[in-house]
Design a protein around this ligand. Structure first.
Ligand code: NI
Length: 261
């Protein structure tokens, strides 16, 4: 049994065949799936889908690449959406300095900090997107904005072992996706090898970044089993062990078994 803790089934890429995608995931042993929104709109769509499929859950948040015009009203709407019973976390939120045309760093930091504070106040874990912004991301989760009691995951982790150590000390989980299966990626497998088994999560980030042997195609939750297989190879463990540990980790972080207050 696997869990895909990060995929965007709200994406138009799944408009025509979502039933088949969910069926294939179930057939490959994916027990449940978490779909984080990236805007108010996609957060609402993720929630609507979560009510259509038992195995689907949602997170709500404003993604750094979509935060240019984010207003206080938008943040209030995100907060209101957390009242839905299928919302497990605030995300995806964070910083993305990869593209020059991304929103200004100051704006990204402000919206990220406000959503970290919101998560802390609501007692919800966070799903963090950090692309080429490791220093500022670490600074913010080390600041008062983040409440370590709520916990969180650095999704599609792409930083160094040194940064991973800091995040693990803060109680974060590290999520890994298709890129750990890519031949030219030396860095992420090192972090997978280093990180303790009880802090790892497996994700797809569908429809993007399909793992080998599906690289270049549309990604989907069923392929999280291929991410697990690669993780098993790196950790020198049977894939069943990876499945068991990452599922338990996901249930612990997102309080799936305890229910929501
Ligand atoms: Ni994502």
């Amino acid at each position: 049994m696997f869990v895909d803790t990060h995929c965007h089934l709200d994406d138009p890429a799944f408009e025509d065949d979502l039933d088949a995608v969910i069926t294939r995931a179930r057939a490959r042993g994916i027990a449940w799936i978490l779909d984080p929104g990236t805007t108010v709109k996609t957060s609402e769509r993720a929630i609507a889908l979560a009510h259509q499929y038992d195995s689907l859950y949602a997170a709500v948040g404003i993604h750094p690449e979509d935060c240019a015009d984010a207003s206080t009203e938008d943040l209030d709407q995100i907060e209101a959406l957390t009242r839905d019973e299928k919302v497990l976390a605030i995300g995806e939120i964070g910083l993305d300095y990869h593209w020059a045309e991304n929103p200004p760093k100051a704006q990204q930091k402000q919206i990220f900090a406000r959503q970290l504070e919101m998560a802390g106040a609501l007692g919800l874990p966070v799903i963090v997107h950090d692309r080429d912004a490791h220093g500022d991301s670490v600074d913010l989760v080390k600041s008062d904005a983040f409440n370590p009691d709520t916990g969180g995951v650095f999704h599609c982790y792409s930083g160094s072992v040194e940064t991973a150590r800091i995040l693990l000390d803060l109680g974060f989980y590290l999520g890994f996706d298709g890129p750990i299966t890519f031949k030219n990626n030396k860095k992420s497998p090192e972090v997978v090898a280093f990180a303790p088994l009880d802090r790892l999560l497996i994700e797809t980030d569908s429809p993007y970044m399909a793992p080998v042997p599906h690289r270049g195609k549309r990604n989907e939750p069923a392929f999280v089993a291929d991410v697990a297989a690669k993780m098993a190879e790196i950790k020198h463990l049977p894939v069943e062990k990876i499945a068991e540990a990452t599922t338990a980790n996901a249930e612990r972080l997102f309080h799936l078994k305890e229910g929501r207050s």
